[in-house]
Ligand binder design. Structure first.
Ligand code: NI
Length: 173
């Protein structure tokens, strides 16, 4: 396993539309293992393959709930070739961030509940109803597969503000 550098805006590779996974092989397993290691190291709760430069429709998510001893408990989930079915008309605002837009947060509105369909590492198809942070996170990560970042949901003015703040932070570092 290996930790990979995470691509950050304005890297043009983040605008890539990722392609479907056809081969459920060892290469895919290694990619997923590397994605988890990279995400936990960052740390973050979700990562799309394109964020480490691999244009494949692969996502990892771990919302990590707090265990009885107060320590975070890992609940790693893998989504390959994910699709969204039945997005609700009702929308929710969530203050989103992204490892590719470091330390910047903004409210994004998305359908509150969805059904998701995806494949696991063996190619088996799963379907599940999702709400709350899981629904938000999956939609955010799925945007990456289309080359879309959460800041692309903001007004042009707000997006420019976020990018300027990020530029300032980088210069100061
Ligand atoms: Ni993101």
């Amino acid at each position: 396993m290996a930790i990979h550098p995470i691509l950050e805006v304005p890297d043009p590779r983040l605008k890539t539309v990722s392609t479907r996974v056809e081969a459920f092989d060892d290469e895919l397993r290694t990619l997923v293992a590397d994605m988890f290691e990279t995400m936990y190291d960052a740390p973050g709760i979700g990562l799309a393959a394109i964020q480490i430069g691999v244009p494949k429709r692969v996502l990892v998510i771990d919302l990590q709930h707090e265990g009885e001893d107060g320590e975070p408990v890992r609940t790693p989930r893998v989504f390959i070739n994910p699709e969204i079915l039945d997005p609700s008309n009702e929308h929710t605002l969530y203050n989103e961030g992204c490892l590719s837009v470091p330390d910047q947060y903004a409210e994004v509105e998305r359908p509150s509940t969805i059904r998701a369909r995806w494949q696991d590492l063996d190619g088996k198809v799963h379907e599940e109803a999702m709400d709350g942070l899981m629904a938000t996170c999956l939609q955010h990560e799925m945007d990456h597969l289309e080359g879309v970042l959460f800041i692309d949901h903001l007004s042009r003015l707000k997006r420019q503000m976020v990018l300027k703040k990020l530029e300032k932070l980088r210069k100061a570092a």
